[in-house]
Design a protein around this ligand. Structure first.
Ligand code: ADP
Ligand code: MG
Ligand code: MG
Length: 925
């Protein structure tokens, strides 16, 4: 097995396609070297070596690695004309990690490796710059000590600060040789104290310790955590890049910097976005020790304007690279174009300038916001660098969520009083009244108020309040704090770690920049920038045109799957239509029994339902009017039947109005309506106070309500008296709902209702309900003198239904897969209880993902595809869709495409995600 791949301008063993083996960094270094870009030569130890490091152990691996490294070092010495570990022209190296997927900041780099007393002397002679050599050495001790030996970097920084203070040096660059020598002495002492050993003076020992440290870093808790958080799986390990050093810290004609070929936050391509520092090394630019400078003049001027820096001061203290080193800048700008042409994507690159000569140290596809991703993909397609299909594949569907939320009206935001800045933890804009507990957030939101939840930090028990809030502010915690991660997951705007905010839970207020904000006061958050404002700021809905519109249009061009939405109200339906929904795939009707006065009518029905059922059985009469007559003088019985009929009469027009509203919002798009589904006890008050109140309204004794609640109690409501089972027991409810739907369809021209019978397990259940529905449709048609075209179908959510789908398809014109219940019943765990073990299951790899979020393709998916096949056999033109949570989840959508469903249906805000996911699935084939 070949473990070491060499790269140089004359010859590279690898290329950009070998990311799995060489890591992203190594593969791109090889590629750039082959392209003729100025890349310092070096070699890459493969990810397979890392894998073997863990499988065989360090000693065994290093034994087989050594001959290859020796040979590569020889080649490197030849390519550079320098020698490792000896003068007169010593070769210094960087040791850099790099996995196939970029994991920024997860594994650290060691620079200037190979400095020893002998090479230091030689380098001072050859460079004639003692300061630069000493600066390199102190950096090396710190990086080697920290990265390789695990010495706390604070211990080093403490000494550096102490010497700087003593020498009255403001910046690192102000330190003289003597100062640096003192830092080095102190660093060595820190090293010795922490490790018990003297700092190594053998270059080979340094090199192997460096390689070992990179391999080791692959399995540190923070690296594992990062992979877990970002769902990075199936990699062999990290590669190790050993590369010739170039020195940005060798004087005023040297520099180091980072750049993006396009603006990573907006996608703009107006100028070259990047920063640099003169006489600096490594990550000085991002470490914030000095103010980095813009690389272009344009960017520099824009920066100065935003910071209130005058042109004179800018020119004197913060000039652009374009001004300072015009030749290197021009070369860099040409490389920008070349790299984009080669990689056909926005690049994030690292460069160093050594005595005026430019070197490129890294390139990769740059990380970007969702807004930038969409903009860049559409622009690149316009520029013909990529095809339409490639543009569609470039955007992560899940990220679109960020573009669908409201933003501040710019003029109002400009006028608002900013009181603090925190981390832009979750994008969007939020305005609301301040509350300090999750409970208050929920309570206030329930009353229809907009709230901002303010906490020092959040914890899992705050989830309900976080969901209820318009926005979340925390005074502690970073981009990966609980608040940040959860808020991003919910699509809730969040500003985290606002250190200036001092929260006092007792007095329910916070102070910040001399401003006191009390509970109930209005504040506003810009989650995309991390800004906190006092007062209310107007928001506008995001623009669905521009690049977003373009990418959606392309998605629609290539997708095969239809995309519908799950919506129960005209408002949700209208939002979804705006987002591109082609109809409603699931309209739940439960709230039509709940809101306002309807609950009174429905509770009255529930109260007498049992009596009516008994009377019906006793008399053997189904028709209610006939039954009422038959009961004759039994006043109680007659009253019960009357009440039952009265309740239905009250509900009918209300539901008709609800349906008409939804049909109107749909403007002729189809609407699948699910008949009543939840068990009846969900509609009754469970607490004594509520029961008392209900008793008063109904004119009965509280004990009767209590008894009713007890009678309806179920041990396992999920598998209880619900779904079509209700319609079978109480056929009038099915009839009333059907009538409401049909009459609304008559009233709203062009409506396309589809009636869905829930929770069918046996074809006879469906046949029973279908007969009622058909009879009712015929009745409405006859009374109104119209012809209606109403599809009748069923939800497939009981495994038995999936298995007997051929039987069921004889009665059903469509199937809609209710994958929430199908997952519960298919996997055999209830959604409400699975939280206790599902997390562990996923961690242990029993299930790859939480099957309630990502469809379990091998199990539940098999039920689904089997049902499709059986269904189509019995009824070739059967319409097939999915309406569970999975309908908006990219991996599940791809599966739906594969099994050939007609459409997916998901919540309104996921409609664009589903459209794009469906297009990607179609393009990937
Ligand atoms: P990361 O993966 O964290 O970006 P890198 O391996 O890219 O780490 O190294 C960090 C920085 O170290 C680079 O941006 C570059 O400035 C510097 N660096 C790495 N290798 C060299 C080298 N051979 N010569 C000069 N600087 C280097
Ligand atoms: Mg780093
Ligand atoms: Mg880097």
């Amino acid at each position: 097995m070949k473990y070491v791949y060499f790269f140089s301008k004359d010859q590279s063993d690898g290329d950009a396609k070998m990311k799995e083996l060489l890591g992203g960094k190594g593969a791109n270094l090889a590629e750039m070297a082959s392209l003729g870009l100025p890349v310092p030569p070096g070699f890459t130890c493969t990810t397979e070596a890392c894998d073997k490091y863990y499988k065989l152990g360090k000693t065994k691996l290093f034994a087989s690695l050594k001959p290859e490294i020796d040979a590569a070092l020889k080649r490197l010495e030849k390519a550079t004309g320098k020698t490792f570990g000896v003068g007169p022209n010593p070769l210094l190296l960087s040791v850099r990690s790099g996995a196939a997927v970029s994991m920024p900041g997860m594994m650290d780099t060691v620079l200037n490796l190979g400095l020893t007393p002998a090479t230091i002397k030689a380098l001072i002679e050859s460079s004639g710059n003692e300061r630069f050599v000493m600066d390199s050495y102190r950096r090396f001790i710190q990086m080697f000590g920290n990265v390789v030996m695990g010495v706390d970097h604070h211990a080093f920084e403490y000494e550096l600060e102490a010497v700087k203070k003593a020498k009255r040096a403001k910046l690192d660059t102000d330190l003289s040789v003597a100062g640096l020598v003192e830092v080095i002495e102190r660093y060595k002492a820190v090293y010795k104290k922490a490790t018990g050993k003297a700092f190594p003076t053998s270059p080979m020992e340094q090199l192997y310790a460096g390689i070992d440290a990179v391999f080791r870093s692959w399995n540190t808790p923070r690296a594992e955590k990062y992979r877990q958080l970002n769902d990075i799986r199936g990699l062999l390990g990290t590669a190790v890049n050993v590369q010739t050093m170039v020195f940005g810290n060798s004087g005023e004609n040297s520099a180091t910097g980072v750049a993006f070929t396009r603006d990573p936050s907006t996608g703009d391509n107006k100028y070259f976005y990047g920063e640099y520092l003169v006489n600096a090394q490594g990550e000085d630019v991002v470490a914030g020790i000095r103010t980095p400078q813009e690389i272009t003049l344009k960017g520099s001027r824009a920066w100065a304007k935003s910071q209130g820096v005058s042109e004179g001061e800018r020119k004197a203290n913060f000039p652009s690279l374009e001004e300072v080193m015009p030749k290197a800048f021009k070369q860099l700008d040409a490389i920008r174009v070349k790299l984009e042409k080669r990689y056909k994507d926005m690049q994030d690159l690292e460069f160093t300038i050594e005595n005026g000569s430019l070197y490129i140290l890294q390139t990769r596809n740059g990380k970007r916001t969702a807004q930038a991703a969409v903009r860049i993909a559409t622009d690149l397609a316009k520029e013909k660098l990529i095809s339409e299909k490639q543009a569609v594949l470039r955007v992560d569907p899940a990220s679109l969520d960020q573009l669908l939320h409201p933003v501040f009206v710019k003029a109002s935001e400009d006028k608002a009083q900013q009181i603090a800045v925190g981390l832009p933890a979750s994008p969007g804009a939020a305005t609301g009244q301040v509350v300090f507990t999750a409970e208050d957030a929920e309570a206030w939101a329930a009353k229809g108020r907009r709230v901002i939840l303010c906490r020092t930090e959040t914890s899992p028990e705050d989830i309900g309040g976080m969901d209820a809030a318009n926005g979340i502010l925390t005074s502690r915690g970073g981009m990966t704090s609980h608040a940040a991660v959860v808020a991003r997951g919910m699509g809730r705007c969040c500003v985290a770690g606002v250190g200036d905010v001092n929260i006092n839970y007792k007095t329910k207020r916070f102070t910040c920049s001399g401003v006191t904000i009390k509970e109930g006061d209005w504040i506003s958050l810009n989650g995309s920038k991390g800004f906190v404002y006092k007062g209310q700021i107007d928001t506008v809905d995001p623009s669905l045109t521009g690049p977003f519109g373009t990418i959606m249009k392309l998605a629609d061009k290539y997708r095969k799957l239809g995309v519908r939405t799950n919506a129960d109200t005209p408002h949700d339906a209208a939002v979804a239509v705006k987002f591109g929904a082609e109809g409603i795939g699931l309209c739940r009707t439960e709230h039509m029994f709940f809101e306002g006065s309807r609950i009174v009518s429905f509770r009255r029905l529930i109260l007498v339902a049992e009596t009516v059922k008994r009377l019906r059985e006793a008399h053997g009469i189904v028709d209610l009017a006939a039954l009422q007559k038959a009961c004759g003088k039994d006043a109680k019985a007659v009253e019960a039947i009357k009440q039952y009929r009265q309740a239905l009469r009250e509900l009918l027009p209300l539901q008709r109005k609800d349906f008409a509203g939804i049909f109107k919002a749909l403007k002729g798009r189809p609407c699948t309506v699910r008949l009543l589904d939840p068990p009846l006890h969900e509609f009754l008050p469970q607490d004594a106070a509520g029961q008392k109140e209900m008793a008063e309204t109904m004119g009965v004794k509280p004990i009767e309500i209590k008894r009713l609640v007890e009678a309806l109690h179920e041990f396992n409501p999920m598998l209880g008296h619900r779904g079509c089972r209700l319609g079978i027991t109480y056929p009038e409810v099915t009839e009333m709902q059907t009538r409401a739907i049909c009459e609304a369809a008559v009233a709203v021209k062009g409506s396309k209702p589809e009636i869905m019978i829930p929770l069918v397990g046996h074809v006879k259940e469906l046949a029973n309900q279908k007969a009622i529905v058909e009879r009712t449709i015929a009745d409405v048609e006859q009374k109104k003198g119209v012809k209606l075209n109403v599809l009748i179908g069923t939800m497939i959510e009981v495994p038995r239904a999936a298995v007997t789908a051929d039987e069921i398809a004889k009665e059903a014109e469509f199937f809609s897969f209710g994958t929430n219940d199908l997952t519960q019943m298919g996997c055999g765990f209830s959604r409400d209880d699975a939280g206790k073990f599902l997390g562990d299951y996923v961690e242990m790899g029993v299930y790859e993902y939480d099957p309630f979020q990502v469809l379990d393709q091998d199990g539940v998916g098999k039920l689904l595809s089997m049902a499709c096949e059986l269904g189509r056999k019995a009824r070739p033109d059967i319409k097939l869709g999915i309406c569970g949570e999975h309908g908006g989840e990219p991996k599940s959508v791809a599966f739906c495409h594969k099994v050939g469903l007609d459409y997916v249906s998901c919540s309104p805000y996921r409609v664009p995600i589903a459209r794009l996911s469906a297009a990607q699935a179609a393009i990937r084939g």
